[in-house]
Ligand binder design. Structure first.
Ligand code: MV4
Length: 449
């Protein structure tokens, strides 16, 4: 096992990794940008090194600075958290060449899944259902029209280098398709430096269901069930839950096995997530794979009792995963609410600033992952997440009741937060019934106006 790890991240996830390290008896090195000097990850790490100024490009994305910090402090491994360098194959290679272990998948794993068409192809070859669509990149209007005619409208244009919704366009007819092709290509070029797009049949009112997987360096891969991430706004997840109200144990097993097949087909190592779309008839389709630990990983930890960050570290240090698929048991129901410094009454506008009052919820079934505290300033330089409220109950109804009372205890002032939004959702009839799709938030705000 490692004796010292550097965490190449900030905020709640940096703290999350430090906590796992402490429990494993591993010393930690934090890196931080100048404005982050008062962050808890700096306070709770054994050592901390300033790696640059506020802009991410100068600090949390600054590979030479991070590698220098790792060499000065003589760490054996780097945990990248999520975002920043977590899915950067080049960074993982540099770590390797400096004899520092990258806590995550191999550079080859990341490259294979980073290209969305290649990823889809891998899934298809592994025998996993994929969304019908073009087999190649679409360059011309003629190609686009031909594919749309074959599949029938509506169709969706997606960026090949993309993911996460950027460069996407839904089209209902030929005229819209032709104009959307050019804008999608331009948007893809601007966002990813690559204008390549492809076309798929558009699945209407789907659910976003993802499967957590873990693979070790000996080729042993298991899944840890699903997370239902259907409640999103502009491709930002706001609420995640497990188990999904849409899945029974039979479908869970089928999707879990499909996810493991995908991961095995590319020799996947470490923690990863396979995203699926589930249509109204409960057909599931591979969408993409995230080659990192995700923001919403705690809900899986709550129902399985497995610490995913510790497993990531153990896998990287060469240990075998100590469980077989049948050892994984799911207990109760967990929900995560993302607490962002955003104003839900004004189009979720960012609301950075200093927190002068903060009362955090606790009690039975409550977990709070946050780097914020009374006196902490939410910086305008980074994402607006203040923390995550994670609740765990014996079933969905129980989890919702814990969530409601925890939200009532949660006070953050004077900045605006998503707490009132979550309170509203926890009382929404469609949410309570578990019957909703990816347009849930749009519909919620339509009604109010
Ligand atoms: C889709 C889709 C419907 N049909 N693909 C959104 C982000 C990116 N990962 C892919 N996304 C979608 N792809 C087809 N063929 C609908 C979405 C989508 C969506 C997916 C999950 C959660 C929220 C969403 C919101 C809008 C669109």
């Amino acid at each position: 096992m490692f004796s010292k790890i550097l965490i190449a991240n900030r905020g709640e996830v940096a703290l999350r990794v430090i906590r796992a390290c402490k429990e494993l008896g591993i010393r930690t090195v934090a890196v931080y940008s100048q404005p982050d000097i008062n962050s808890l990850h700096v306070k709770f790490a054994d050592e901390a090194i300033c790696i640059g100024s506020a802009a991410s490009a100068n600090s949390y994305l600054n590979i030479p600075s991070i590698i220098s910090a790792a060499e000065i402090t003589d760490v054996e491994a780097i945990h990248p958290g999520y975002g920043f360098l977590a899915e950067d194959a080049h960074f993982a290679e540099i770590c390797e060449s400096c004899k520092i272990k990258f806590i995550g998948p191999t550079p080859d794993n990341m490259r294979r899944m980073g290209d969305k068409m290649a990823a889809k192809d891998s899934a298809k070859k592994a025998g996993v259902p994929t969304i019908p669509g073009s087999k190649t990149i679409i360059k011309t209007n003629e190609e686009a029209l031909k594919v749309a005619k074959e599949m029938g409208y509506p169709v969706i244009i997606k960026a090949a280098a993309g993911g996460g919704g950027k460069g996407m366009r839904v089209c209902h007819n030929d005229v819209r398709l032709v104009s959307a092709l050019l804008t999608a290509q331009r948007e893809a070029e601007a966002a990813f430096g690559n204008p390549a797009v492809y076309i798929e049949k558009f699945i209407e009112q789907p659910r976003h269901i993802e499967i957590q997987i873990l693979g070790d360096t000996y080729g042993h891969i298991i899944h840890l069930g699903e997370r239902d991430c259907t409640i999103q706004r502009r491709h930002q997840k706001l609420i995640e839950e497990t188990p999904s109200p849409m899945l029974d144990s039979k479908l869970r097993k089928k999707m879990g096995e499909a996810a493991v097949k995908c991961a095995k087909s590319i020799g996947y190592v470490n923690a990863g997530t396979i995203e699926f779309l589930l249509d109204a008839k409960k057909n599931f389709y591979f969408m993409e794979m995230n080659t990192r630990i995700q923001v919403e990983h705690p809900i899986t930890e709550m129902v399985t009792g497995i610490d995913l960050i510790k497993e990531q570290i153990r896998i990287t240090s060469g240990e075998k995963i100590p469980y077989k698929q049948d050892d994984i048991k799911f207990e109760g129901s967990a929900i995560e609410c993302r607490i962002n410094a955003e104003d839900p009454d004004h189009d979720f506008m960012p609301s950075p600033g200093k927190i002068t009052t903060m009362n955090v919820p606790g009690g039975r079934g409550v977990r709070l992952d946050t780097h914020a505290y009374c006196g902490y300033e939410i910086s305008p330089y980074y994402d607006s997440m203040i923390g995550k409220l994670i609740v765990h109950g014996k079933n969905r109804t129980d989890a919702i009741s814990i969530c409601k009372r925890a939200l009532d205890e949660f006070i953050i002032e004077p900045i605006k937060t998503t707490i009132p939004f979550h309170k509203k959702v926890m009382n929404n009839p469609a949410f309570l019934r578990g019957k909703f799709s990816t347009d849930f938030i749009e519909k919620l705000f339509e009604k109010a106006e």
